[in-house]
Design a protein around this ligand. Structure first.
Ligand code: MC0
Length: 147
């Protein structure tokens, strides 16, 4: 069902400072930046490695653009740090249905738009041992846009 770690999402208060840390400390470069209005974030994707399913694994740095967004609430409660993990799949709707059948709450009825044209959904952290978990169908997996 899942074929890679698609990304690890990291909540930060200042995206430019976080990007600088990852570049100057580890040499990771930003391969993509965008604003996702629906999710309330400005984000940067740092490609770490390719994966044998033809996709890639990234670090995703997330800065909130609204005080009522999930990342803003997380920062207020927990401070900066790992916000979620994301598994890559060739079919996010099918993977979500399978996980739902196994008793985990899927947060979206239908997949929404994620980074770089991907389709995404989230699993409730309280059903996943305290880990907010995202499922990602990358555009390279043949994902159509949710719009
Ligand atoms: C909240 N909780 C978390 C958590 N966020 N636990 C682990 N990791 C997180 N990231 C816990 C809280 O501590 C709390 O537990 C309980 O969940 C309820 O949290 P809340 O913030 O009071 O309440 P809700 O229900 O309003 O929100 C939680 C929920 C929300 C997970 C449903 O954050 C959500 O819908 N997240 C999915 C969307 C998202 O995170 N988007 C941002 C990334 P206690 O024990 O204190 O009650 S966007 C993204 O990543 C995109 C662009 C992409 O990848 O392409």
């Amino acid at each position: 069902m899942f074929t890679r770690i698609d990304h690890i999402g990291i909540a930060c208060r200042n995206l430019d400072e976080a990007i600088r840390f990852y570049r100057e400390t580890y040499g990771f470069e930003v391969t993509h930046e965008e604003v996702n209005e629906e999710q309330g974030v400005r984000e940067a994707m740092l490609r770490i490695n390719g994966t044998d399913d033809g996709g890639a694994s990234y670090l995703q740095l997330l800065e909130p653009i609204r005080d009522d967004s999930p990342v803003a609430k997380f920062l207020e409660r927990h401070g900066e740090g790992v916000h979620h993990i994301a598994f890559g799949t060739a079919d996010v709707a099918e993977a979500a249905a399978t996980v739902r059948e196994r008793g985990v709450r899927v947060l979206y009825e239908t997949p929404r738009n994620g980074s770089m044209g991907s389709l995404i959904t989230f699993l409730h952290p309280k059903d996943c041992g305290g880990v907010l978990t995202e499922l990602v169908q990358a555009r390279t997996d043949g994902a159509p846009s949710a719009e």
